[in-house]
Ligand binder design. Structure first.
Ligand SMILES: [Zn+2]
Length: 562
């Protein structure tokens, strides 16, 4: 059967439906009780980027689609907070010279490392987790968090840990078969203790030392009967613990992955394509869950990276493009949209610079098409998946004024609420903005965007007095242009009318046949530069229609020498 033509475009509807179909089929085949479990994994060892968000969004969107179809589904987010700390990464706002201060914590679990002194968080892991949790709440992403540390400490995975250790020879052999590829061997398994996988001394569990809380430990003996486990640590400590009561240690990565999959019954879990750091071998973990735990590896989707434009990978203060940074300038539905629209294997770019204005314009146009029923079906589905989650719409301004307009008005008014309202009140005299409440949360984000792009000292400054010298030196054509603009000010009070007016003046000057000619472009540039000089004292500034609106006709008249 041929696909409908809009499916072929894969504008956002198709891949989510396809993965949800597969998850339903897989859950049915397994016939396991309870909800269909979609999972994702995050390691809070450093700032969590918009790229990390992709893994979470992919699982979220599939889980959402299952709920939308009436299936019971849950999104389990594994926080890998029990990983060993490897040092303070760059890009967290820690000055390079002081990063060494954290070196004394290398080898401890992330939850045992103090958070940076300027933060209020309990530990290193929470310092990076908490902003992500807040961003996910804003994005409407619901999940059940599963802390790696607590899974061990609570005893939730203890039985499977004991099985893994009992079956260590079989696991070691399975892993060794996956280590023939030198690329995979290089990453190894960070927690393999004692000897390499495949050797008779292979041991899949590594305790954190109870004296120094670090992981340079070696298991020296293990008794399968009593589960007595003896280890030594590089710090000199030696101890014997009972594994059946121990919760302060970790399985090797692939074994752990298999245990977590089995513990939660994960049906779908995306993973990242990253040739630089392949991470645990999914194939090896798949073999372990099948051979040792009588389970099955989840369905997956390998996703491509997310690029960001308009924000440096790391700016001078060390900030990186996190979801929180994007949400400071973008409404949640707008940030959800690219994750919805692109198949996992397609890379995409989130524009936080100038292109953000166009992204907003396109979003508003799509919203209008959806509202009046003219949107293409696939686009309407992409809109639904972006505009709301868990059956609820995400916060949206009652009056979605163009983002570029809000940014310009904030810029011109220096963010003063009273002046913003006065300008916007006049915007559409037939249906005036009565309160700034109609513009939240978008107004806030436009204000952030402007603040991030234009330092306070570089905001446009409106002239106090007319540029009399320049006005008296104008030629006849320039005077005629200004006169034409001034004559139109009174009957053109809305943004659209003012736009037509300012673009109409140079057209009139250049002659009506010169529609796309270079002369018209040159005439426009010259006229706009003249207006900026007369109004602001410099030759560029915010968009002129918004500027004229913000100033009001009386002030414009005075500055243009009327
Ligand atoms: Zn130690």
């Amino acid at each position: 059967m041929a696909s409908p033509p809009w499916l072929a475009r894969d504008t956002g509807a198709a891949w989510i439906s396809r993965l949800a179909d597969e998850a339903v089929a897989e859950a049915g085949r397994r016939a396991q009780d309870g909800p269909v479990v979609c999972a994702s994994r995050l390691t809070p060892s450093g700032p969590l980027h918009l790229g990390d968000l992709r893994e979470v969004m992919t699982s979220h969107l599939v889980a959402e689609e299952l709920r939308h179809r009436g299936h019971d589904s849950v999104h389990v987010l594994f926080w890998y907070d029990f990983e060993r700390f490897g040092g303070a990464p760059s890009g967290i706002g820690v000055p390079a010279g002081t990063r060494r201060a954290w070196n004394e914590h290398i080898g401890k679990p992330l939850t045992s490392v103090p958070s940076p002194p300027w933060s209020a968080y309990l530990n290193w892991a929470y310092y990076f987790e908490e902003p992500m949790i807040a961003a996910l709440a804003d994005l409407g992403v619901t999940f059940r968090g599963a802390s790696q540390e607590r899974l061990y400490a609570s005893g939730a995975v203890r039985e499977r840990v004991l099985v893994a250790v009992r079956e260590r020879a079989r696991i070691g052999a399975a892993l060794a078969r996956h280590r023939t590829d030198p690329g995979a061997a290089a990453t190894g398994s960070g927690t393999t203790s004692g000897a390499e996988a495949g050797s008779p001394g292979y041991f899949p569990y590594r305790p954190y030392c109870s004296a120094c809380d670090r992981d340079p430990t070696t298991v020296t003996s293990y008794d399968d009967e009593t589960t007595a486990l003896a280890y030594t640590c590089a710090c000199g400590h030696a101890e014997t613990v009972r594994l059946a009561e121990h919760g302060r240690g970790r399985l090797a990565h692939e074994v752990e992955l298999a245990v977590f999959w089995a513990h939660e019954g994960v049906v779908f879990e995306p993973s990242r394509f990253s040739p630089a750091s392949p991470g645990p071998s999914l194939a090896a973990a798949g073999r372990i869950i099948r051979e040792v735990f009588n389970g099955e590896r989840p369905l997956g989707a390998v996703h491509a990276p997310v690029c960001v434009s308009g924000m440096a990978r790391k700016d001078r203060s060390g900030r990186v493009p996190t979801p929180a940074a994007a949400l400071a300038v973008m409404d949640p539905p707008l940030l959800r949209l690219p994750y919805v629209r692109h198949r996992p294997e397609q890379p995409f770019t989130i524009a936080l610079g100038r292109e953000l204005q166009r992204a907003y314009d396109e979003w508003d146009a799509l919203a209008r098409e959806v509202a009046d029923g003219t949107a293409e079906p696939a686009e309407a589905v992409a809109y639904r998946r972006s505009a709301g989650a868990t059956g609820r719409p995400l916060p949206a301004p009652p009056r979605p004024l163009p983002y570029h307009l809000l940014a310009s008005v904030v810029n011109i008014t220096a963010g003063d609420g009273g002046r913003i309202l006065r300008v916007l009140h006049d915007l559409n005299p037939g249906d005036p903005v009565a309160s700034l409440d109609e513009l939240w949360p978008r107004l806030d984000r436009a204000a952030h965007w402007i603040a991030g792009r234009i330092p306070a000292g570089h905001r446009p400054r409106i002239r106090e007095t007319p540029a009399t010298g320049l006005l008296s030196s104008l030629g006849a054509a320039e005077r005629a242009s200004l006169r034409h603009l001034l004559d139109g000010l009174d009957e053109n009070r809305s943004l659209d009318d003012l736009t037509a007016l300012v673009y109409g003046v140079p057209k009139l000057q250049a002659g009506s046949t010169a529609d796309a000619a270079p002369e018209l472009k040159a005439a426009q540039r010259a006229f706009f530069a003249l207006l900026y000089t007369l109004l602001l004292g410099c030759d560029s500034g915010p968009r002129l229609p918004a500027l004229l609106l913000a100033l009001g006709p009386d002030r414009v008249r005075r500055l243009l020498g009327a």
